[in-house]
Design a protein. Structure first.
Length: 132
């Protein structure tokens, strides 16, 4: 019964978890990276909204999520095969993490959106490369 109660507290969050689980079940490596980018940008945009609306718990949760995704993306870089691209992405992820953590200390949503916009461009390039 406690499980059902927890699910009903935030139906939107429950739906997102179920949706994400369904999309990752049969995804290959590149598809998972694309999903991580989508989740990351979504977390940053929600953090921006939460910062501006002083929803501290939501902001904290989304900052934690975004930071964890950035760590995961960085940890999965293949520096041997990826060469300079991996090094550049590693720097980008570390810089984005720093920006997100610094932004988490304030109430301005713009820094979160700036990081999300930058990463959305990379996500779009990733999506285009996968489609080619």
């Amino acid at each position: 019964m406690a499980y059902a109660s927890a699910l009903l507290r935030d139906p939107a969050q429950t739906y997102r978890r179920i949706d994400l689980a369904g999309r990752t079940a049969n995804a290959d490596g590149p598809a998972l990276v694309q999903l991580l980018y989508e989740e990351l940008c979504q977390a940053l945009r929600v953090a921006a909204w939460a910062a501006e609306n002083r929803k501290f718990a939501v902001k904290s949760e989304r900052v934690t999520r975004a930071t964890a995704i950035l760590f995961a993306l960085e940890a999965n870089l293949d520096f041997e095969r990826g060469g300079e691209v991996s090094v550049t992405l590693g720097r980008l992820y570390a810089g984005a993490r720093k920006q997100v953590i610094e932004a988490s200390l304030g109430h301005d949503g713009k820094p979160f959106r700036d990081v999300a916009d930058t990463l959305s461009e990379i996500a779009e390039a990733w999506r285009a490369a996968r489609a080619a």
